[in-house]
Design a protein around this ligand. Structure first.
Ligand code: HEC
Ligand code: HEC
Length: 259
């Protein structure tokens, strides 16, 4: 008990940089290890055609452009960070994360070899596409509640101090565009997927976050907070490489890319 309390107070004083260094040490090391070679064409083939009987084409659920689908609850994968994507596929395969939406990703990830996962993740992270935002009118028409963007913007940018919720953008960066290798892009992610993940972090049914960072954030969010922040993030302004913050979703150096 005393030990837990001490660890908690130590966690609080960790600044973002130090926290991310520790988290980096905790995420899977294989994705960016020296000597890794990836094939873009092999990755594209998996994305478009799947692999054998066990692995259906990713496009059939994540969309031709890899931008996700609110009706199915699938996330946008296009331009997501490479290391983050490899980690999720590894976690699905190892049972550290469970697909509670369609119950398919664990089997799909198991059907891919380590090399397949790197190939498809690398291909996906290079996909640069035009915005394809969630249509919140359609979401509402399907019976799911939608929040208020400006209230969500406050949570994303400043957090909710009274409830101990940190600002999302301290970790997920400007417009939620992500910070490779650890922090995924959450800006312009699909609304239904965002709500599902935040709900799962909150009840602990998704627990593959390094150092429990997301569970600590989500445990103090109400249903309304979740809908509000997901509304803002799903429609967040696009961040371009030309703006004043350095933007990268690129993996660590040392990866050899073949066509
Ligand atoms: C039958 C539908 C279906 C197919 C086919 C499918 N997915 Fe998924 N995928 C999902 C769903 C649903 C989720 C969300 C799971 C959840 O809510 O936790 C998901 C989540 C993911 C995630 C997690 C993304 C994140 O932001 O954390 C990755 C990575 C992923 N899929 C990759 C793939 C790849 C690669 C393929 C093709 C080899 C593929 N998926 C094929 C339905 C599918
Ligand atoms: C202390 C750092 C930190 C803060 C603050 C933070 N996050 Fe995260 N978040 C993470 C990490 C780390 C992950 C990746 C977990 C993993 O590896 O599976 C993550 C993942 C997520 C995901 C899952 C993305 C996906 O593609 O599946 C969502 C959604 C998310 N965060 C939303 C938020 C929101 C909303 C807030 C603010 C209310 C927030 N985060 C604040 C660290 C943080």
């Amino acid at each position: 008990m005393a030990k837990t309390t001490r660890r908690k107070s130590e966690m609080k004083v960790l600044k973002w940089g130090a926290a991310s260094a520790v988290a980096l040490a905790l995420v899977s090391g294989t994705a960016w290890a020296e000597g890794v070679t990836v094939s873009l064409s092999a990755g594209e083939k998996i994305f478009k055609n799947g692999k054998g009987d066990a692995v259906p084409a990713c496009v059939s659920c994540h969309g031709d452009t890899g931008m996700g689908n609110d009706g199915m609850g699938t996330p946008r994968l296009a331009h997501q960070g490479y290391t983050y994507l490899v980690k999720q596929l590894d976690d699905f395969s190892a049972g550290k994360r469970t697909d509670m939406t369609l119950g398919v990703m664990n089997g799909i990830a198991k059907g891919l070899s380590d090399q397949d996962r790197r190939n498809v993740a690398y291909y996906l992270h290079t996909l640069k596409v035009k915005s394809e935002l969630s249509n919140l009118d359609d979401v509402k028409a399907s019976g799911k509640p939608v929040g208020t963007a400006y209230e969500g913007e406050v949570i994303a940018k400043y957090g909710l101090q009274a409830k101990g919720v940190s600002a999302c953008l301290t970790c997920h960066q400007y417009n939620g565009r992500g910070a490779a290798p650890i922090y995924p892009m959450i800006g312009q992610q699909k609304y239904v997927y965002l709500v599902n993940q935040l709900t799962h972090w909150r009840d602990g049914s998704r627990a593959n976050d390094p150092m429990g960072q997301m569970r600590a954030v989500a445990k103090n969010l109400s249903d309304a907070d979740i809908n509000n922040v997901a509304t803002y993030l799903s429609q967040a302004p696009e961040s371009t490489e030309g703006d004043s913050y350095q933007y990268t979703n690129s993996p660590e150096e040392g990866i050899k890319v073949t066509p």
